[in-house]
Ligand binder design. Structure first.
Ligand code: TRP
Length: 345
């Protein structure tokens, strides 16, 4: 605390790995759910952030241009929120071939039936209408994601509840590999839960998402932010500002709770709202001010990022080389365990 880290303490830093699929811009759900947390964690941990472009292709293989463009969007979003590319190793999945190799070796330790029971995959197959005809690439991605995590032998994986089965699989596969060959090559990572804050969509849907068309993006300009804030779902039963209103399930107040650091103002607005002494317009005007004060500096930094996006890409490619070197060591150990390492005496 406050002291200069010595090489010894630096070596003791635990490894964290997280990632995002590049399929679009990031929104305030990502900001509150994971991005701000990454900014905090990058000082305490050795942090890896993966741009999962190969995973993104599993259900976007016919739209590679979107995936490619979205990598830049992600890099700009990361930079904008304060992820420091010197502290955090940002890397691109397709550039680390060892992940694919680890994936192939791990696939011996999982059954098709187990993947079929993975709740995340089940939900996604239903949502995408792919239950009758399931592309193998998509079906296998949970195992590929396990390989992401094991490629750096991460100690911790910050996740939302929906990703918990993935961490369970990682632990399971790491353990099975180690016990089968009587080695200690793969680490069983822990999930870092409880860090994710769920941010509802502006329409009142409990999830914010691009396909739901209910998101506020980090890249939105001030005018769009204002428009979206004024569209936020409030209390549908309240017709006049003098009607007593409901705060629970009211998105304007959900966002006040998340963004407005003036707790007194929030409390007093809630109280007045319940009594019917404040109108939606005032609640939203104050919400816009609160949200804009958080988002304006991010927006500004994002414009800066747009200008240096090729530089950010170079950093991510450098990061990929570093991860590739780390992963190669793990691959070699796995190959030795499986007796397919022909360069080992
Ligand atoms: N599946 C994650 C998502 O959709 C992205 C991801 C890919 C990931 N590989 C990962 C997250 C490894 C954590 C660890 O957001």
């Amino acid at each position: 605390m406050g002291s200069i880290p010595t090489p010894a303490t630096m070596m003791e830093k635990k490894r964290i790995l997280t990632g995002d699929r590049p399929t679009g811009k990031l929104h305030i759900g990502h900001l509150m759910g994971s991005l701000l947390n990454r900014v905090k964690l990058q000082d305490e941990y050795e942090q890896f952030v993966l741009v999962a472009n190969v995973q993104a292709l599993t259900d976007n293989f016919d739209n590679p241009g979107k995936v490619r463009e979205s990598i830049y969007e992600l890099l700009c979003d990361y930079y904008a929120v304060g992820i420091d590319f010197e502290k955090t190793t940002v890397f691109i999945q397709s550039e680390v071939k060892q992940i694919h190799e680890i994936f192939v070796y791990l696939s011996n330790f999982v059954t098709i039936q187990q993947i079929g029971h993975n709740p995340t995959i089940k939900t996604e197959l239903a949502q995408k209408g792919m239950e009758q005809s399931t592309p193998l690439g998509f079906f296998m991605y949970p195992v590929h994601q396990v390989a992401d995590i094991l490629s750096v032998n991460a100690d911790l994986v910050p996740v939302g509840k929906d990703q918990l089965p993935m961490i369970e699989s990682t632990r399971d596969l790491a353990r099975k590999f180690n016990t089968t060959y009587d080695v200690e090559v793969l680490h069983e990572p822990e999930a870092l839960v409880g860090v994710e804050k769920n941010v509802p969509g502006i329409d009142g849907n409990e999830k914010m998402g691009k396909s739901l068309n209910n998101a506020i993006y980090l890249a939105d300009d001030e005018k769009i932010l204002r428009e979206k804030v004024f569209k936020v779902y409030t209390d549908p039963n309240r017709i006049r500002a003098t009607d007593p209103g409901t705060v629970e399930g009211n998105i304007a107040f959900a966002y006040h709770d998340l963004f407005n650091s003036n707790r007194e103002e929030v409390l007093s607005l809630k109280e007045k709202y319940r009594k019917g002494t404040v109108g939606d317009v005032e609640v939203k005007e104050k919400l816009f001010i609160a949200m804009n004060s958080v988002l304006a500096p991010i927006r500004e930094k994002r414009m800066e990022a747009e200008k240096i996006k090729e530089e950010l890409m170079s950093k991510a490619l450098e990061g990929s080389k570093k991860v590739s070197n780390e992963a190669e060591k793990i691959v070699n150990k796995m190959k030795s365990a499986m007796k397919i390492n022909f360069y080992e005496k």
